[in-house]
Structure formats: structure tokens, C-alpha cells
Design a protein around this ligand. Structure first.
Ligand code: GLN
Length: 230
């Protein structure tokens, strides 16, 4: 299973969000603390963010995050107030390629990461997916149905594939939308923004664990709502 992270708030550097925290995504790529399936997340990584004009920018790779000195060199000067990052542990049978690494894009403002697995046979066939990877097909389905209906969409996919794990994390630069469905998410409200992550990047006691099968929404004014999906 993968690990992912979203930040919404004042601009922070990508290195301060992804590389520097003691138990942040880079560390989680080889030593996650709360991962129940898979030991490592070495099958690629991706960071997406909104630039000052609100344009989505992405940097993805099929290599492990810890083996990316060029990204580590540039990440301290890349800053954004809306960031979505992921490290990948590929599901058996899924392609090992850059385009299978989250975050996926709708071509507009939305970025999406999926931590889990789903039978692509229960999803509508689409030409819109960035990869044949299950997460890319799921992302295309969520975008096509509309992010505002995400709770309903996830419920229907889970009913069609009861073995699915459907932990989702999205941002459009104005809000974070996330779902816990089989894997954990925690959030941290900071004075300058809100982080939502598969696992806390440090041992700060202010991290809040979200219960399973819940919808989380974070707004730019640092409002957090957590709603049961059942
Ligand atoms: N199924 C997705 C993939 O193969 C995500 C896997 C995961 O969450 N580890 O990339």
C-alpha cells in the first residue's frame, strides 16, 4: 500500500513537506510506521502542486523517492500552498511506470492519489486514465462522476468490489477532500495550514486519526470536517 500526503495553507517548500520531516514521506518510502500491507514504497513517487497562477504542476518518477538527488536539490526552492504527494508500492500485476504514480490529474485543477487496490473490472472502461494501473482508472472514474459525489462513488465501487481498499486524497488548491476506506489517514492543523497524511510525519500529539470509512474535507480557512460514510 502506498503512503500519501496533502498540504493546504500558506506556501511551504516541497522539501519541508516531503523530505525533511523525521517520519515524512521519504522515510515512509522505506520505513513506514503504520503500513499493514507491503514493507516499502519503492515503486515510484509523485508530487503535484498548484503554482502561483493556480496551474497544476507535477513531478513523478518510477524510481524510489530516496534515490532522487535532483529532486532533493530543487525541492527546497519549490514552494506551494496546495501540495499532494505520494510514494508507491505497486499492487501485484500493475505496471511499473511513471504514469502509474500518483498524483493523477483531471487536466484541470484536481489532483488525486489512491492508497489501495480495486478490481478494474468493476470500473467503467475509459480512455481518460493516465495508465492501466487500477488507481489511474479509479481516478478517471472519480473525475468523471464529479468529486462532489465522491462518497457515493466510493460506496458504489466498494459494493461492486468488497475486497477493494479505497483510501483517497485529493486537492484542487482550494480544499482537500479525502476518504478513509481500509487504510488510515491523520490530519494536523497548523497555524499556517492543514496537513492530511497516511501517517503522521512526526510525533506531534496534535495529529488526529480519522476513523475508517469517513470523508474528510479541509478548507483554506483551516476548517476540517469529518463525516461518516455509513
Ligand atoms: N494499486 C495502486 C498501485 O498499484 C496503489 C497501490 C498502493 O496503495 N500501494 O499503484
Amino acid at each position: 500500500m502506498c503512503r500519501h500526503l496533502a498540504w493546504l495553507g500558506e506556501p511551504r517548500s516541497l522539501s519541508s513537506l516531503v523530505l525533511e520531516p523525521e517520519h515524512g514521506l521519504e522515510r515512509q518510502s522505506y520505513a513506514p510506521r503504520r503500513q499493514e500491507r507491503g514493507l516499502m514504497n519503492a515503486d515510484g513517487w509523485g508530487v503535484g502542486f498548484h503554482d502561483e497562477q493556480g496551474q497544476v504542476r507535477r513531478w513523478r518518477s518510477a524510481r524510489p523517492l530516496w534515490a532522487e538527488p535532483s529532486f532533493a536539490s530543487v525541492a527546497p526552492v519549490l514552494r506551494s500552498g496546495a501540495v499532494l504527494a505520494a510514494v508507491r508500492s505497486a499492487t501485484v500485476g500493475m505496471p511499473l511506470e511513471e504514469s502509474a504514480a500518483a498524483p493523477f490529474s483531471d487536466g484541470g485543477r484536481w489532483l488525486l492519489s489512491h492508497n489501495g487496490k480495486v478490481d478494474v473490472g468493476v470500473l467503467p472502461a475509459t480512455h481518460e486514465a493516465e495508465s492501466v494501473c487500477d488507481s489511474a482508472v479509479l481516478a478517471a472514474h472519480v473525475f468523471a462522476e464529479g468529486v462532489d459525489r465522491i462518497g457515493e462513488v466510493v460506496g458504489k465501487v466498494a459494493a461492486a468490489d468488497p475486497g477493494a481498499y479505497l483510501n483517497l486524497l485529493l486537492t484542487d488548491g482550494e480544499r482537500i477532500v479525502a476518504i478513509t476506506w481500509g487504510d488510515p489517514l491523520s490530519y494536523l492543523v497548523e497555524p499556517d495550514g492543514v496537513a492530511v497524511a497516511s501517517e503522521p510525519w512526526d510525533d506531534d500529539p496534535r495529529w488526529v486519526d480519522v476513523p475508517d470509512r469517513h470523508l474528510i474535507e479541509v478548507t483554506r480557512d483551516r476548517g476540517v470536517t469529518v463525516t461518516s460514510l455509513e
